[in-house]
Design a protein around this ligand. Structure first.
Ligand code: FEO
Length: 169
């Protein structure tokens, strides 16, 4: 049976993953209406991936005899200055999520909850991969600066960046 404070901490993380999904959805919409179809497709997919992150946590809590709980979430930012602004905000957000996963792991350590610690390893690895991925994208966007042809190529590249399929539960 999952301890109540571990459950509460995971429920907070569920809220953050749900927010991440909505934030990336808002970004995908902005990209779609501002002439970045590749970035838009990439971010729509990423919004789905965040929902998967949320669902893994929901199932984990329920399967351990607890009860996942959804919370109110604030409206995400809708307006961005540029593609660079979008991906800088993605990076900022992912760093926040990494910190949040680390804090959640600390709760599991304090409670000697080895099952949760083991489960969270997947998220720790995922955060590392995501930060690397977004760093690479950010570097490319910074490199082309205001060059329209370069930006067109980056958008094409984002279109082709298929995300890894969601792992089986
Ligand atoms: Fe759920 Fe992008 O971290």
């Amino acid at each position: 049976m999952i301890k109540l404070n571990v459950q509460s901490a995971i429920n907070e993380q569920i809220k953050k993953e749900e927010y991440s999904s909505r934030l990336y959805l808002a970004m995908a919409i902005w990209c779609e209406v501002n002439g970045y179809p590749g970035a838009s497709k990439f971010l729509y997919e990423h919004a789905d991936e965040e929902r998967m992150h949320m669902m893994k946590l929901v199932h984990f809590v329920n399967e351990r005899g607890g009860k996942a709980q959804l919370m109110n979430i604030e409206e995400p930012t809708h307006d961005f200055e540029s593609l660079l602004d979008v991906f800088e905000k993605v990076m900022e957000h992912e760093e926040y999520i990494t910190e949040s996963i680390n804090n959640l792991y600390e709760v599991a350590i304090t409670e000697k909850d080895y099952t949760t610690m083991n489960f969270l390893q997947w998220y720790i690895t995922e955060q590392l991969e995501e930060e690397n991925l977004f760093n690479t994208i950010l570097d490319k966007i910074k490199l082309v600066g205001a060059d329209k042809a370069g930006m067109f190529h980056i958008d094409k590249e984002l279109d082709g960046m298929a995300l890894a399929p969601a792992p089986a539960e």
